[in-house]
Design a protein around this ligand. Sequence first.
Ligand SMILES: Cc1cc2nc3c(=O)[nH]c(=O)nc-3n(C[C@H](O)[C@H](O)[C@H](O)COP(=O)(O)O)c2cc1C
Length: 371
Amino acid sequence: MQTPLNALLGCTHPVIQTAMGWVADAGLVSATGRAGGFGFLAGAVMSPEEVAAGIADIRRQTDAPFGVNFHMYVPQAPKIVDICIAEGVRAVSYSRSPDAKTIERFKSAGILCIPTVGALKHAVKAVELGADALVVQGSEGGGHTGRVATSILLPQVREAVTVPLAAAGGFRDGAGLIAALSLGADGVAMGTRFLLTRESPVPESTKRVYLATPPENIVVSDALDGMSQRMVLNSQLKQLMTSSSLGLLVRAIANAFKLSRQTGDSPWALLRSGWRMYRAGDDSLGAMLMSANAPMMIQEAVVHGRPDDGILPSGQVAGLIADLPSVEDLLHGMMSGANAALSRLQSVQTSNNETTGSAASLSHPSQSNTG
Ligand SMILES: Cc1cc2nc3c(=O)[nH]c(=O)nc-3n(C[C@H](O)[C@H](O)[C@H](O)COP(=O)(O)O)c2cc1C
């Protein structure tokens, strides 16, 4: 299937594996590339050294093109930008836009800029700033997410911009890919579906919780880090949602110290990056103070395999997923599912033609009667 999206990215299928912190590692990205999709390395939660090692690891495993996701406001962002440019990765993705100068540096190095947007106004702004394509994520999507459903946001964005679009939020199969194309996208971008594959590094104990959760228990809340985030409604999330402001603050401070021990950045450096985000209007004061909660609590579930003690960011689509295929089987199944969906649509058209035909033949006698 050739669309403007895979033509731009240089991959076989119009399917992106999105970045997911601690999940989209070199193994998952290279498996996606080998299977003909386009993967993004989750650089937003990595040190510059880990990003460089991840890029080298992917290149050892595949020649397929891939991208790197990064977070503009973390203290080490400038070094990660330099690494992406020096390594000449095919694309970068981000949800907090870098400044115009950084975007210009990527573009003059021939690196595609593919931000994720969750609202029409962000889509328009991102294209004005130079985005080459967009991941348009509706509210069904996992992790930080907007308020407008994919089925509404996608046509809104399609009417407003001309760059290739990958629809995100709620996709898992070939029928979804065809639905996205018919709403104006050029392909799909999936997170949760790739998290639930054999190559995803998430421990089995946590994958089992994702597989067992129905869609109505995958909810949006700002109780984790002050921003709307879609997650599995487990006991930890319920506790956060019912905590007092003081309880939330105490937990956030404890997590900030744990995060600073893990990354080597001082708590002040973390606070400074939160302050920059707040000043740029990208974050609320509450979100700035709570920003260390997400990394610490998500790692508990997706890295350490203790789903009951941590938080599981998830798209609502997890409620429709019941298996853990290899990435190769997933993409192969998606493309044959897309062909099956197209044949089904063609048969609807054929049967409509037949109905119209018989209606026409029925109408002849009455026409001749009236005639
Ligand atoms: C566990 C998890 C971690 C995520 N981490 C990131 C991240 O680090 N950076 C990012 O831009 N998006 C992140 N996201 C959002 C995904 O990249 C993607 O946009 C979203 O999952 C798409 O919706 P879907 O899950 O319905 O496919 C994360 C999502 C999940 C489920």
